[in-house]
Design a protein around this ligand. Sequence first.
Ligand code: FAD
Length: 476
Amino acid sequence: MGESTYDVVVIGGGHNGAIAALVLSMHGLRVAVVEQNNVLGGLAGGKYVYGVPSSRFAYVIGLVPVELREWLNIWPESSYPDPNWVELDSNNGVVFRWWMDEEKLVREFLENGVDIKDLLKMIKKFWSCYKKLGLYYTVSAPSKEEAAQLLDSCGLAEIVASTSRKILSEFMPRKYWDYFIYPSMLDSSGFVLAYYLQNNNIWGRPRESMTSFSKRIRESLVRLGVHVLLGSRVREIIIRDGRAYGVELSSGERIISRATLFSAPITSLLDIGGYDRLEEYEIRLIERARRSTSLRSRVKRIDYLFSAQPNPPLEHGWRDVPIYVKWSSGFGGEYTYVGQYNGKYLVQFSGFTNDALRVLPPGTSEEELIGYDVRDLRVQVICCSNYTGHPDHLPMIDDYLFDKRPLPGWNDYRTSIPCLYHGSASSYPGGEVNGVAGVNAALRILVDFGIKPDVPLPAKGFIGDYVARRKWDTRC
Ligand SMILES: Cc1cc2nc3c(=O)[nH]c(=O)nc-3n(C[C@H](O)[C@H](O)[C@H](O)COP(=O)(O)OP(=O)(O)OC[C@H]3O[C@@H](n4cnc5c(N)ncnc54)[C@H](O)[C@@H]3O)c2cc1C
């Protein structure tokens, strides 16, 4: 079987793996990305449903920092409706509009007796300070305490030190909290609240769903000379002289590399030969997360295709069709109206309902339904090896935040196997389409290779290097 040599091989072509590969190749390294699917993007990849370009799981992009968007330029052309999203009641009546225009948003809350001006101002100041202190783009994630201590210089320690519940309760009554954060995250650090509010909770809807994202990522990688192996599964991490030495694919082909970056859900590391060289406590923690039913998400994605244009509630003066969120009668989910393609109209649902098919999207009728496609946990496992089914691989709760993500001791993107790194939604800072974990893992590899990163990112001096929780062997 063939053997090829690279500086870095990336396991998993989700957006984090792809971004890491881009950053590494921009620094002159030879990089290969191995992806088991035939398209890049992972959970944020594209898929054709009844011949219509759709999103496999993620369907809107909102948490990518502006500076990454400008630097990497791989985000799909998107529409930004205003209001960006709207809450509907059980009769599809409009309850609340989340405006893109900040003044209008503040006014909408004021009409409901809530003043969010200071909250938005505080979150903006938080992000500016957090990034400047080198806490976001970093080669070693800080602990919660370290982050709080450093943020004290901006008077913002409380945001990470206290909970999202506490912060929200200071600004508004309980019934508005769901507009900012999922209930399961309320008792985690206020960092999570800030995470979701980093772009004012505004989401872009890619024009051709996430298929355009998969395509753009691939074009950028190929342009930079990254070797992309699609439809190739890594079955083993090659260990030689006690360090990671590349990977072996299911085909038997071997890719030899100085460093190996694992960019898939952390729980899927146990599928890959060589993982047993990790330390016992690491294997135990990964096994526990993989088996845990309490971490398992029931989130479902459904695509509906209609032969006629849906008519969801629209009000005068709205720009484009917003995302509709519905939390009524145990129905937790949201609908995105993507538009028309070859005479078919695509509506995407994502949420927690057990019986979404019982209820069609607002403004649609059964007679016009061409078909639907349901993606549940089982599909996530088959497609993307995401065993928890959690959109963030691991939940954004204190047990998995800051230097504890994905597990204690791995805060510097290294593992106990020398030259095996990690960088995905499972890693700091966390999940969703965000890209920071991919950037940070790439920065860590560059630093370990003795290459000074040249990146247009706001960070204190260089890239904050907080205390690595373990002293790993880094000779790659
Ligand atoms: C239902 C659902 C809806 C969501 N909606 C949104 C949304 O609208 N907006 C948003 O921002 N986020 C959303 N998310 C979250 C977001 O999709 C993920 O957090 C993000 O895409 C994770 O990216 P990643 O690159 O870290 O990992 P992944 O996307 O999980 O990529 C990992 C890749 O590794 C590959 N892989 C695994 N094992 C191997 C192997 N052995 N060999 C080769 N390849 C391998 C997988 O195939 C996969 O492509 C959603 C998630 C879900 C599940």
